[in-house]
Structures are given as structure tokens and as C-alpha cells.
Design a protein around this ligand. Structure first.
Ligand code: ADP
Length: 266
């Protein structure tokens, strides 16, 4: 009986070990796959603005050296404007990549301090003036005079920047509304666009890493923005979700407690 018992226990232990190993292997495979996808997407996204910058540099050199008569000052201004946009894009991409690796490494506790959500929202919106003009779209911001809370200013800025940037990118040039609310339970920001909308099956998926909706493939992006947004929101004790109607637009809703809990990683 003892022998049978120890044999059975060994079998159970072997099965458990086998199960754990199999699971570990599957997790390892998944991690390797995620890493490869990450490298491929990052390389592709970084190469595109670099190629454009190279072309502009070659063109400006040709203008300046070979046939200076063939170009007007306006042509140089246009080229330099595009150089500026590509450099900004590279800057944003590198910023995203650094945020991702920081979050994967186990995150960092948010740096909490008093913030005024309305001031942050106004600041973010003002930085999009040029992008809004380029996209030919209007943005209206409604915010009460002051919404004070204990948050991480950089993360708040990052979250709102991503949501507004996406509303412009996927908003099809239609008006965008940013609304800030506050009550005793917490603060809420809604970013509403009237663009293509998001199908029900994609509404959760888009918050995952590298997930992009097929119809968005012609736009630039790594599918990391909303994943960072959700990670940062959760690190502030908040929630982010989207309500959407295909063909009508989307509203991203950010809800935050007025006092973010300390000791939460990204
Ligand atoms: P990226 O914009 O780099 O692809 P995000 O993580 O910010 O990455 O967004 C993931 C996907 O969610 C996008 O590729 C797009 O398909 C979808 N998406 C995000 N914001 C919107 C929006 N406002 N309207 C429609 N689709 C959106």
C-alpha cells in the first residue's frame, strides 16, 4: 500500500511538473513571439521617418550645391516643415519604446503630487494646434475652472496626449470634443471623435500590446499607445474604456480617483 501511495504521489508530482514545464514553455514561446513582433514593428516604424529625413537632406543638399536657382525659399520652408514633423514623430516613437520597456521591466511607482486636470488638458490641447490645422479639424475643450487631485503629472499628460492624438489620427477630420468632469467620487475625461468608430469585437483588443484594427493599417503606429495609456491609468488607480458606434465615432472615457493610491507600479 505504501509503495502504491508513493508511486501515485510520484505520478502526480511528475504530472504537475510536466504541466508546469508545458505552461512555462508556452509562456516562453509567447514572450519570444512578442519580442520578435516588437522588434519588427519598432524597426519598421523607426525606418520610415528616417528614410523621409534622408530624402529631405539629399534634396536640400542638391538645392544648395547643384542648382540653387531651381528652388524657391518656400520650397525650403516646406521641406524643413516636413523635417520637423518627422523628427517629432521619431521623438514620439522613442518615447513610446522607452515607456514600454520601463513598464515591462516591472514599472515604476508614479510620482504623485497635486495636479490640476484642467490645466493639463488645456496644455495638451494647445500642443496639437498645428496637427489640428494640418488635419483641418476643430477641437473644443470644455473644462470647469479647476479639477484638483493627487496624480502623476507626466503620466496624466501622456494619457491625454495619446487620446487626443488618436482622435485626430482616426477622426477623419471631423470635430473632436474633450470634456473634463469632476464630482466627489473622482474626475472623468471624455475624448470624443466622429471618425470611423471601433467594431465591438475590437473594443477590448485595442488596449493590448501591438493590437491594431485592420482598417487602420494605412495609418502609422505601433499599436502601443493605448496599452501604455491603460498601464498608466491603472497605475493611478483609474480606468479607461471606449464607447463607440461604427461609422459614427468613438468616445474614450478616462476615470480617475481624486487621490491616486501610492505604491502602484505602471
Ligand atoms: P496606434 O495608433 O499606434 O496603432 P494605439 O494603441 O494608440 O496604437 O491604438 C491601437 C488601435 O486602436 C489603432 O491602431 C486603431 O485601430 C484603434 N484606435 C485607437 N484610437 C482610435 C479612435 N479614436 N478611433 C478609431 N480607432 C482607434
Amino acid at each position: 500500500i505504501e509503495w502504491i501511495a508513493s508511486h501515485a504521489a510520484m505520478k502526480v508530482e511528475t504530472a504537475r511538473l510536466y504541466h508546469t514545464l508545458k505552461k512555462t514553455n508556452a509562456e516562453l514561446d509567447e514572450a519570444v513571439k512578442a519580442r520578435d513582433t516588437f522588434i519588427a514593428i519598432a524597426a519598421h516604424e523607426l525606418r520610415t521617418p528616417l528614410s523621409t529625413l534622408k530624402l529631405h537632406a539629399q534634396m536640400l543638399r542638391r538645392f544648395a550645391t547643384r542648382d540653387p536657382e531651381s528652388f524657391t525659399p518656400q520650397m525650403v520652408v516646406d521641406r524643413l516643415g516636413s523635417v520637423d514633423r518627422q523628427v517629432n514623430r521619431l521623438d514620439r516613437l522613442i518615447d513610446q519604446l522607452m515607456n514600454v520597456s520601463r513598464i515591462i521591466d516591472g514599472g515604476m511607482a508614479p510620482e504623485l503630487g497635486p495636479c490640476d486636470l484642467c490645466v493639463v488638458a488645456r496644455d495638451v490641447v494647445s500642443r496639437f494646434e498645428q496637427a489640428l490645422e494640418d488635419a483641418g479639424c476643430q477641437l473644443s475643450l470644455s473644462a470647469p475652472p479647476g479639477v484638483h487631485g493627487i496624480w502623476d503629472l507626466d503620466r496624466l499628460d501622456h494619457i491625454l496626449t495619446n487620446l487626443v492624438s488618436n482622435a485626430i489620427k482616426y477622426g477623419g477630420g471631423q470635430p473632436i470634443e474633450v470634456r473634463v468632469f469632476c464630482d466627489a467620487d473622482g474626475a472623468r475625461v471624455e475624448v470624443e471623435d466622429r471618425g470611423e468608430g471601433i467594431a465591438p469585437r475590437d473594443r477590448e483588443r485595442i488596449f493590448e500590446r501591438f493590437e491594431r484594427v485592420i482598417s487602420s493599417r494605412q495609418t502609422k503606429g505601433m499599436g502601443l499607445g493605448l496599452w501604455i495609456v491603460r498601464s498608466y491609468t491603472e497605475s493611478l488607480g483609474g480606468q479607461i474604456r471606449v464607447e463607440s458606434e461604427l461609422g459614427q465615432g468613438s468616445t474614450f472615457i478616462l476615470e480617475l480617483p481624486l487621490h491616486s493610491p501610492a505604491n502602484q507600479g505602471a
